[in-house]
Design a protein around this ligand. Structure first.
Ligand code: AMP
Length: 173
């Protein structure tokens, strides 16, 4: 499968979860065996030589891509989760979503100091989620080498608020 064909596997659902949001549904991509495999392969090829120490995944849809990527690269996986899910001591940040407000947490002892990581999520919209995740990674002593997404909504200009970090996305709208 060509990388360009991945876009055809992503479904847009209008007015979900609230009116006005064009929801990018990746379930149609990940149920397709070639599409799912290809999306992980593209990321794995990109990061194979980056000398990373860990992959960071953001709950929930970020886990779908970060876990197989970490496995493929032979790296460990560090989860960033919603409040109250991580059992040991955490750092927490609050941030605004495209719809609503949210909090995220990371374990304080997630990394060795200076660990080089890529953070993975399914979609970059306004950038609030990944900005919060980057803050958590740095609080825990990690170094963000790149932010990786399946989908980027370029019209929301998420890149602008993330100017400090390299950003990679497989599909852009
Ligand atoms: P943001 O913080 O604005 O960049 O929003 C990104 C997060 O919200 C990601 O974790 C996405 O899963 C989710 N999200 C935001 N907008 C959409 C959308 N239009 N379609 C699907 N997921 C979205």
């Amino acid at each position: 499968m060509l990388e360009a064909e991945l876009v055809e596997l992503i479904r847009t659902i209008p007015d979900f979860p609230i009116p006005g949001i064009q929801f990018k549904d990746i379930t149609t991509l990940i149920r397709d065996k070639k599409g799912f495999r290809r999306s992980i392969q593209v990321l794995a090829e990109r990061y194979a030589t980056l000398q990373l120490d860990a992959i960071v995944g953001i709950e929930s849809r970020g886990f779908i891509f970060s876990a197989p990527l970490a496995y493929e690269l032979g790296l460990g996986l560090v989860p960033i989760r919603k409040p109250g899910k991580l059992p040991a001591d955490t750092y927490q940040v609050e941030y605004e979503l495209e719809y609503g407000v949210n909090k995220l947490e990371i374990h304080r002892d997630a990394f060795q100091s200076g660990a080089r990581v890529v953070i993975v999520d399914d979609l970059l919209a306004t950038g609030g989620t990944i900005h919060a995740a980057s803050t958590l990674v740095e609080q825990a002593g990690g170094v963000v080498e790149e932010l990786a997404f399946l989908i980027e909504l370029t019209f929301l200009n998420g890149r602008e608020r993330l100017a400090h970090y390299p950003i990679f996305s497989l599909v852009q709208y």
